[in-house]
Design a protein around this ligand. Sequence first.
Ligand code: ADE
Length: 231
Amino acid sequence: MRIDIITIFPEMFEGPFSESIIKRAQNKGLVEIHLHQLRDYTTDKHRKTDDYAFSGGAGMVMMIEPIARCIDALTAERKYDELIYMSPDGDLFDQKMANSYSLKGNLMILCGHYKGIDERIREHLITKEISIGNYVLSGGELAAAVFVDSVVRLIPGVLGDETSALSDSFQNDLISPPVYTRPRAFRGWEVPDILLSGNEKLINDWKLEQSLKRTAERKPGLLKEDNDRKD
Ligand code: ADE
């Protein structure tokens, strides 16, 4: 998979993309992440990417030309499955979407700032708007990093058996069961006996029961058929 990210703050991705699983996925050649400095696509000496909104009002708007120039340069090189704009107005991101994006070939992500981007970019160039939650971030970068992290870890081959995504919370619309490690007792707090029983069938039944119980208690919306996740 290849992911191209258009941003005026490429440094914001350095931490999240150079550690742990995302780093391993890149080193294994399972994903290529390319950051594009939007200012490189400006033509004025101040490398300006925003301007005042027509009709006034508070806040600057990201200009159409540098963004269109950057998108054109990238789409001239390859075909993209989706051109995503990270925005609080977008479709609410969830595990189902993460699964489906993990199977794509080329994704482009545009990170916005200020009051937003010129509407004509959304109308004519963007194919998908994604929100990571109903709150406003100061830019799309953190949202893009969250999106990339959750998608990349699902790319086949990224996680080993021991960390398989199949047992993740939400992967089967259930919250994961509790997990424990040594010591067996700490301050009198015991690990459930059943996990030490060695009986695989009983252990699996217990884990499923725990998952169902937790989901019912904490996220009952996940258990509803056709759920549209309100919890
Ligand atoms: N940009 C600003 N806020 C955002 C959000 N909640 N999700 C995605 N992109 C954003």
